[in-house]
Every structure is written in structure tokens, then in C-alpha cells.
Ligand binder design. Structure first.
Ligand code: ZN
Length: 344
């Protein structure tokens, strides 16, 4: 979904200020965020994970200082830095344990090392929970008291926010709802985590590609075959394009994906009864801007109406996320703000 990045001038900002850092396998996004969740400056640097975690922490520290200067602030005006990173991790200990998209960054005290290099205290969060907090604070969940964010991308990320609490869990594995079981059979699809029948094995971009390949291999008619014979790579975007052009198989694949997401949403609704379920990530089929995106959302809602307790189905708000790829750094800054307010 196209998301326009908006910055406010310093004169419109509300003190105190935070820096949010979203550490990903490819890029590190960071921005200066004010007390109301508004961004003053933003940048992205390559992660280059092969350079190792200490080098990464050093470059994050440098980037924090550079972005603060770009926002025309001094380091003294930043009260805390929020760092969101992929798991596995130990949040209370500030440790990366074995993040699978940061090979070699194992058992690394990232919170302490980034704090050392930027000279500011750091609040450490899981990246999916940070993104959920971003949407909760200033995105499509800003009117909610509790919400679930599903991020539909290469995998299925998830974050749960209740009140102002990010659900990290006792072992920093809370909110891993991409791995809720939606098929208990021994014949269920295998997830990237190695287990069977998880939501991610059905509703991620990789799952959409795998399901499409199987249907094509079974001989089902589809204009996708022509596109692939013309040299196009099979991606969720290609499936979406053909669905929009009226290809029945492609549309069926998109709507089936929505049903899986809806089933996952029902499980979360019956677990925590949130105000809203928010859908973000690259695989939202164009969001509200596109007829296919709207059809996808309606199918998720329809699944929820069919499968959830009626009172919950009636009251739940299911909608697309609004912060795009900025949710992570904004939410990481928001988590820093929460810790600051708690310890003040
Ligand atoms: Zn899994």
C-alpha cells in the first residue's frame, strides 16, 4: 500500500524527543520522533549483516547522531532511543540470540552496544511488536485500547498490544501469531520455522507462491502460465496482477489467502478479544486503493463473521495498517517513550 512519509517542522514538534531504530535483515530504518509520534527526520542505511554485529551497532550509533543533527536537535534533547529487532532475542537481557535474517549476530548484547555507540539509553523491542505499537500509537489502531497487527510479507509477523503493553511474553516469544496452528493434520503445510500447519505456511508471500505452483502443476488453467512462460517470475504481485485482470485461479488464491488470515484473526479474537485486527505488510494487495485489496479485506471480514462469536464479529474493527514500513521505527520510539514514562 503506498504510504506517504510525512515530516513535521521542529516548530510543530512536542518535546521530549526519541529516536526509533528498526533493524532489519536488509536495511536499518531510523527516525526522530516527537512525544506525539510525529516524525521530524528519517533515513535508511544498509544492514550489511556480514560486517558483523559490533560494526552494525557502531553504524547504528553514528546514524542516530546524524539523524538527530538532521532534525536540528542536539543529542541532549533526545531522552531515549528505541531499537526494534528481529528475534530470536532476550528482551530483558538486551540480547540478540539467533536472529535468522542476521546470520552471525548470535548472542550479541545489542542494547548495550548501540547505547555505547550513540551515548543514549536504549529500549529494546521485538520488531513485530514495535510495528504493532506504532500502528496502535499513531496509525490505524490509534483509537483502540487493544489490537493485533498481522504483517503479511515474506513471512507472517504479528504483534499484540493491550493498553500500553507490548506482549513480549516471559521468554521474548509473545505475539508470534504467524505460528498459530490453523491445520493440525500430519499432512499440513510445513512452516519456515520447521513446524507443521502454522498460519505463515498458508498466508505468507512464500506460501502464496508455493500454493500457486502446486495448482499450476496440477494443470489448472490460468493466465499466470502465459506470464511465466514469457519469463516473469512467480510472485504475489504477479498473482495479484492476473487476479485484477480477471484470472479466476489467481483470484481464488488471493481470496483463499484472505480466508487463512481471517481464521488466524478469529483465533486471536477468541484469545484476547481486541478492539481491532490490523493488516499490514507488502502483501495486502494494494489495500484500500485497489479493488483487489478491498476484496481481500472483505473476505477476511466475511471469514470472521462466519467463524467468530457473533458479538465479537459485530464489534471488531478489521482494517489495513496506515504507517507502511514506518511502523517499525515509530513504534520502537514509542516503546522508548513508554519506558521513559515508566522510569521517570
Ligand atoms: Zn511456524
Amino acid at each position: 500500500m503506498p504510504h506517504e512519509r510525512r515530516f513535521i517542522p521542529l516548530s510543530d514538534a512536542r518535546e521530549p524527543f526519541y529516536v526509533g531504530v528498526d533493524l532489519g535483515g536488509t536495511n536499518i530504518k531510523l527516525g526522530v520522533v516527537d512525544d506525539a509520534g510525529q516524525s521530524l527526520a528519517w533515513r535508511s542505511i544498509p544492514t550489511d549483516p556480514e560486517r558483523g554485529p559490533e560494526d552494525g551497532a557502531r553504524r547504528m550509533g553514528e546514524a542516530v547522531r546524524a539523524i538527530v543533527a538532521e532534525a536540528k536537535l542536539t543529542p541532549e534533547q533526545i531522552v531515549r532511543v528505541g531499537l526494534g529487532s528481529p528475534g530470536t532475542m532476550d528482551i530483558p537481557a538486551g540480547l540478540l540470540i539467533q536472529p535468522h535474517n542476521l546470520p552471525g549476530w548470535f548472542n550479541f548484547p545489542i542494547r548495550e552496544r548501540v547505547a555505547h555507540h550513540c551515548g543514549l539509553p536504549v529500549t529494546f523491542s521485538n520488531d513485530a511488536n514495535a510495528a504493532a505499537y506504532g500502528e496502535f500509537w499513531v496509525g490505524s489502531g490509534r483509537d483502540f485500547h487493544s489490537m493485533v497487527l498481522f504483517t503479511l510479507g515474506t513471512g507472517v509477523g504479528c504483534g499484540i498490544i493491550i493498553g500500553d503493553l507490548l506482549i513480549d511474553g516471559e521468554n521474548s516469544h509473545g505475539g508470534e501469531c504467524g505460528h498459530i496452528i490453523i491445520d493440525y493434520n500430519d499432512t499440513a503445510r510445513r512452516c519456515a520455522c520447521g513446524q507443521l500447519g502454522h498460519l505463515e505456511a498458508y498466508a505468507s508471500a512464500n506460501a502464496v507462491i508455493g500454493r500457486t505452483e502446486e495448482l499450476l502443476a496440477a494443470g489448472q488453467a490460468s493466465s499466470l502460465r502465459n506470464r511465466m512462460e514469457a519469463g516473469q517470475e512467480l510472485t504475489p504481485l504477479l498473482v495479484a496482477e492476473e487476479a485484477e485482470r480477471g484470472d479466476e485461479l489467481a483470484l481464488r488464491i488471493v481470496l483463499k489467502t484472505a480466508r487463512y488470515v481471517g481464521i488466524g484473526a478469529v483465533t486471536l479474537m477468541h484469545t484476547i478479544d481486541p478492539n481491532g485486527v490490523v493488516l499490514g505488510g507488502a502483501m495486502t494487495f494494494g489495500g484500500h486503493e485497489s479493488p483487489l485489496g478491498r476484496q481481500f479485506l472483505e473476505e477476511v471480514r466475511q471469514t470472521v463473521r462466519q467463524r467468530a462469536f457473533p458479538i465479537l464479529a459485530e464489534r471488531i474493527v478489521i482494517d489495513f495498517a496506515t504507517l507502511g514500513a514506518d511502523a517499525g521505527y515509530i513504534g520502537a520510539a514509542g516503546a522508548a517513550r513508554l519506558e521513559q514514562r515508566r522510569t521517570k
